[in-house]
Design a binder for this molecule. Structure first.
Ligand code: GLC
Length: 499
């Protein structure tokens, strides 16, 4: 997976959110396999970049720990300060582990160095990922000894790559005074990816004694996510609706029964977005910056983008955007059968993302037949993403499942109205428009059915063309929603206080 190569330039905005201080004396170590600004393949990196920053802005001591990947940009590597090294036990293995530190924008980041595991291109997808991230999880715990006196009260682990932290902590470290009182939170960002490996690794790689193997064993396999769910003091997921959905088999990917039994410690807390870097008023990639007060200027982005993409240039053509991985999760199986019906409405659809070959090919094929209506930008680019948010009138996200989803919130902030399936975080962030009350921020459909998606697009396009006043009302509603992390950080702090 390519990583984000450009970051958005934002000129100094005066609309900075005033930070209120939170009274919470405890120290948090936030563990994630990716974090903005260092490295990103998906939404986890955005969360790991923004939530700790929100804590720090509110006066809470939160630090982030991640692997030192080869692909991290040199300018960031240049900021690293070496703290020391030790050796990590992984069953019979004895592996070198160095620890580096950097302070960026007030947040302290720790990076775990082991060239054998992390001097490779990309982040995931190697035959020994199980061993690599078992190492990462164990190294996190060992490295506390190198953190110059910082001993976390809470370790907040995320997804399967750091799910073993609560397991290792309970099995190997509890007798040590330094670790005795550490509490753990485990957040599921996507239950589809669980870190599932053949059963023999619980001994050969994780080195778990017989009595502890049940923590990670599931249907004869070793399952890292199960371990996190079993041993963490609290389990969270990134929206309330998703926290309910994963209790049943359609969404649970085999983890549903375990979660039903652990429901007492499961909560859903919606993600926010970084409202400073995702702002049409300051976005450095916009053709023309705008906000709600100067919304008239948004259309200039559409005209410029149409020209750049070689599409017919016409302000009245409804333009729909889509940004994300091209996988079944994102609803590509719903879009495929009806995409030409959407294009036949005379709209322009711009899709940005990479993913499964069959979807990339489907889009390329349709683009050949509809050169005036479809642009498939099969790549990953922060610049093109910004241009889509700025230029489009509507934003499509018909996900099969969506733990939270961040793009729909960004789209609303840019006045591109979301058309989404009512699942997970999409359901919790997009309010379907109701013309009788004037409330709502977008268009939604419920069933995982292509014709329901088509109908939702028809409703949106119809309103865009024929009911300009209603349209503007929805834009007003969408652009004035508060998606900032400030309040969300408070909800996590309340959860930590329960520990
Ligand atoms: C994963 C989920 C996405 C969520 C993100 C951050 O990428 O698929 O829905 O927004 O994690 O939590």
């Amino acid at each position: 997976m390519p990583t984000q190569s450009k970051t958005k330039k934002t000129s100094g905005s005066k609309t900075e959110v005033k930070s209120t201080k939170i009274d919470f004396g405890k120290k948090i170590l936030f563990a994630a396999s990716e974090a903005v600004p260092f490295i990103k393949t998906g939404g986890l990196a955005d969360v790991a970049g923004a939530l700790p920053k929100a804590y720090v802005d509110a006066g809470v001591d939160c630090r982030v720990i991640l692997p030192l990947y080869m692909d991290i940009k040199q300018e960031l590597k240049d900021k690293l300060q070496y703290l020391g090294n030790l050796y990590v036990n992984l069953s019979w293995r004895f592996q070198y582990c160095g620890l580096f530190k950097a302070e960026i924008d007030g947040v302290i980041y720790y990076l775990i160095d082991n060239e054998y595991y992390f001097k490779r291109s990309g982040l995931y997808g190697y035959f020994d990922d199980g061993e690599r991230f078992a190492f990462f999880s164990k190294a996190i715990l060992d490295c506390i000894k190198l953190m110059e006196g910082f001993v976390p009260d809470i370790i907040h682990a995320n997804d399967w790559q750091s799910a073993l932290v609560p397991v290792f902590l309970d099995v190997f470290y509890r007798n040590d005074d330094l670790y005795k009182n550490i509490k753990t939170v485990f957040t599921i960002h996507n239950i589809e990816f669980q870190g599932r490996y053949s059963g023999f690794i619980s001994g050969d790689v994780l080195g778990l004694p017989d009595w502890a193997r049940e923590y990670v064993e599931m249907s004869g396999d070793v399952n890292y996510m199960k371990g996190g769910i079993e041993r963490a003091n609290k389990v969270t997921t990134v929206s309330q609706t998703y926290s309910h959905e994963i209790l049943n088999s359609y969404f649970g990917y085999g983890m549903n029964e375990i979660l039903v039994n652990r429901q007492f410690k499961l909560t859903g807390i919606i993600n926010g977005i970084d409202v400073k870097s995702n702002d049409p008023k300051t976005d450095g990639f916009a053709y023309v910056n705008y906000d709600l007060a100067s919304f008239d200027k948004k259309v200039e982005n559409k005209l410029a983008f149409q020209k750049d993409l070689g599409l017919p240039v016409d302000a009245n053509i409804p333009m729909i955007g889509m940004v994300g991985r091209l996988t079944h999760q994102k609803g590509l199986d719903l879009l495929s059968p009806i995409i030409t019906r959407i294009l036949d409405m005379g709209v322009q659809l711009v899709v940005l993302g990479t993913g499964d070959y069959k979807y990339e090919e489907m889009l390329r094929g349709v683009q050949n037949r509809y050169p005036n209506n479809l642009r498939a930008l099969v790549t990953f680019s922060a610049e093109l993403a910004s241009k889509i948010y700025c230029a489009t009138d509507m934003f499509l996200m018909p996900s099969k499942f969506e733990p939270c989803g961040l793009s729909q919130m960004i789209a609303m902030r840019y006045g591109s109205l979301p058309i989404v399936r009512e699942t997970g975080g999409l359901k919790d962030t997009v309010i379907p428009y109701d013309y009788t009350t004037g409330k709502g921020t977008g268009f939604t459909f419920y069933s995982y059915n292509a014709y329901d998606l088509l109908n939702a697009v028809e409703r949106a396009v119809g309103m865009y063309r024929d009911y300009k006043e209603d349209w503007q009302k929805i834009v007003d509603n969408a652009m004035t929603q508060d998606f900032s992390w400030k309040n969300i950080a408070l909800r996590y702090i309340d959860l930590y206080k329960e520990l």
